[in-house]
Design a protein around this ligand. Structure first.
Ligand code: ARG
Length: 602
């Protein structure tokens, strides 16, 4: 990381300063004591308030052995540290005491040299790391349901998961992005019955998924009064489970039209997967799991159904098999958990699924934990602790709430197309002669939709509001894309090659400092996103970067005129353009990590 070099220097200095200030203590404990630079290094933090410098070291845990007041400790160690630093070859750090902390500020030219040097030479590799090397992570996302529309309800998992996959790759992990569509379950009994009663060949023509949805809705409306429908559906599903050819054929066709629709949507969104398998893939893997749980003594029967009692007042028992022998959603997930673990021995396996399924995942993971304990598995053979339900809040879409059964669902493809149309209108107003008009409009429309899903912390609800989402100002995808296009246009205007061999001392204004320091934080933002399983860390970071850049771009000189980035001072222009390119690289790469494309012009 950019700051690593300075962190090390700070740690060595602080450790030495402690040793010199408290020689009696150091003599008794030596390098096994706290004044040991690798330990100091581990304790170094980023100050909450950037005005406090770039690095901070909390001294609280030293107080018991030092037997002095915190202020005395920080004052004397800071003074000593600065003496040590001023005697070194390149004093790039200055240490200041603060309450309970030693803070260090780094000389701007040093940060600039490191940051711009790395960005300009590494280009799109800037910010990458090796923390994930040798580790395999699974990320499951999207997972829509067959014969139901791909609605905005599945948008958020698709967007968050796709971004997490990219983030892990950037950090050096091997990643397998999994799509696990719902292609099994009692709703297929309903679909089959509905098709037989009211469907025809034309159901599969035209907007097939919408037609199937109409059938599904009709089924539920009719079942309100006609109670026999539900029984008929149960029988139909049983037949499907038993491999009845006619039922299977119908099911296959429903799958086919759904997959066609999804591929189209994934194509427009630029979403990718490494592995796609539906719930039905686990059909022949459930029996073994049930037997295993039985053998572990974990199952019992409750009113004819096979269950695992979770011994938890908060969680209902996990239902493995109904009285009629039918398996359930959770039975398949248990089989899937075990299949994934045995196949991949992953470092982590994430399920990006809405918060409404929290209890489901708690139940499934509890069963796995109980199973691993019952079998006394050695730690390295246990997946418990490695599997996470990465939940997220609801998507609220104005007045409308969504329910597939009632049919008031908003189709994602319609949303995206509407966003692209709105983007076209906007571009026509602003830049009617734009080359690649259609491609840019798609980038922006899609970018707006994607960014809307990542604009708040993942556990918060998203309010999807058209005006906000497509605004070119404010905290939106188009605003970031516009900033990227502006950066590109500066490079075009400059027209000369940009190098890292610049005079860094020419970047000496507050606006430049803010941009430099923000670029230096890119890698941290990526790692935080991975740690919190939340691409929102990168969205908020990019908004900060854009705002820092725009302040720099609009900086006024002492006479109140805009301080143009490209001026008749060649050295200063070269230095500032290296900074511009660094921002452009980070903006482009950051947008890519979120799943947005970055236009050159708009
Ligand atoms: N198909 C499910 C739904 O739309 C989501 C699947 C989530 N993943 C899982 N392994 N259960 O609600």
């Amino acid at each position: 990381m950019i700051l690593d070099k300075f962190k090390e220097q700070f740690a060595i200095t602080v450790a030495t300063a402690f040793q010199q200030c408290y020689p009696e203590i150091y003599r008794t404990v030596g390098d096994n004591g706290p004044f040991h630079s690798p330990d100091v290094l581990k304790g170094i933090e980023r100050p909450k308030d950037p005005k406090m410098g770039s690095l901070a070291f909390p001294i609280f845990k030293f107080l018991p052995i030092l037997k002095s007041k915190p202020n005395e400790v920080t004052a004397s160690v800071a003074a000593r540290a600065n003496i040590i630093l001023s005697a070194s070859a390149s004093p790039e750090l200055a240490v200041t005491p603060a309450s309970g902390y030693l803070n260090a500020s780094i000389e701007l030219t040093a940060v600039a040299r490191e940051t711009i040097g790395q960005a300009v030479t590494m280009q799109d590799k800037f910010g990458q790391s090796t923390v994930g090397n040798g580790k395999l992570n699974l990320v499951e996302y999207s997972s829509p349901n067959i014969a139901k529309p791909f609605g905005v309800g599945h948008l958020r998992t698709t967007i968050i998961g796709n971004s997490l996959r990219r983030i892990y790759k950037k950090l050096g992990y091997e990643v397998i992005g999994i799509n696990y569509p719902g292609d099994w379950g009692t709703q297929f009994g309903k679909m089959i019955v509905a098709f037989r009663r009211w469907g025809s060949e034309s159901t599969f023509q035209g907007e097939a998924v919408k037609n199937l949805l109409d059938l599904y809705v009709k089924f539920h409306a009719e079942a309100e009064t006609d109670k026999s429908l539900d029984d008929e559906a149960r029988v139909a599903f049983k037949k499907l489970e038993d491999g009845d050819p006619e039922a299977t054929k119908l099911w296959e066709r429903m799958k086919e039209v759904s997959f066609e629709e999804w591929s189209r949507v994934y194509g427009i969104l630029g979403v990718e997967f490494d592995l796609v398998y539906g719930e039905s893939f686990l059909n022949d893997k459930m029996e073994a799991v049930i037997e295993r749980l039985q053998k572990d003594g974990l199952t019992s029967t409750s009113r004819g159904a096979l269950v695992v009692d979770l011994n938890d007042p908060q969680l209902p028992p996990a239902l493995l098999k109904k009285q009629d022998g039918a398996t359930l959603y959770i039975t398949r997930d248990l089989a899937g958990l075990i299949w994934r673990w045995e196949k991949y021995h992953f470092n982590e396996s994430l399920y990006v699924v809405g918060v409404s399924q929290s209890d489901h995942f708690k139940q499934a993971l509890k069963v796995i934990d109980m199973m691993e304990q019952a079998e006394n598995l050695p730690a390295e053979s246990r997946m418990t602790g490695r599997v996470k339900h990465v939940d997220f809040g609801w998507v609220k879409f104005g007045e409308k709430t969504m329910s597939t059964r009632q049919g008031n669902i908003i189709f994602l493809e319609d949303v995206i197309n509407q966003a692209i149309d709105l983007a076209k209108q906007k571009i026509r107003e602003k830049n009617p002669n734009l080359a690649n008009f259609d491609d840019v409009a798609q980038m922006i429309g899609v970018g707006a939709v994607i960014f809307s899903q990542l604009s708040v912390r993942r556990q918060k609800d998203v309010n999807f509001d058209w005006d906000e989402v497509l605004s070119f100002e404010g905290e939106t995808g188009p605003y970031l894309q516009y900033t990227h296009a502006r950066l590109c246009s500066l490079e075009r205007m400059y027209g000369k090659p940009i190098t890292a061999q610049i005079d860094h001392s020419l970047l000496n204004h507050d606006e430049e400092r803010l941009v430099i320091e923000t670029i230096a934080e890119f890698e941290e933002a990526i790692q935080e996103a991975a740690r919190l399983y939340d691409p929102n860390c990168i969205s908020t970071y990019l908004l900060r970067l854009a705002s820092a850049f725009n302040k720099f771009y609009q900086r006024k000189d002492d006479s109140g005129r805009i301080d143009k980035i490209i001026s008749d001072d060649p050295d200063r222009s070269a230095a500032r353009m290296a900074l511009v390119q660094s921002v452009r690289i980070v903006m482009n790469e950051g947008l890519n990590l979120l799943g947005l494309r970055a236009p050159y012009e708009m």
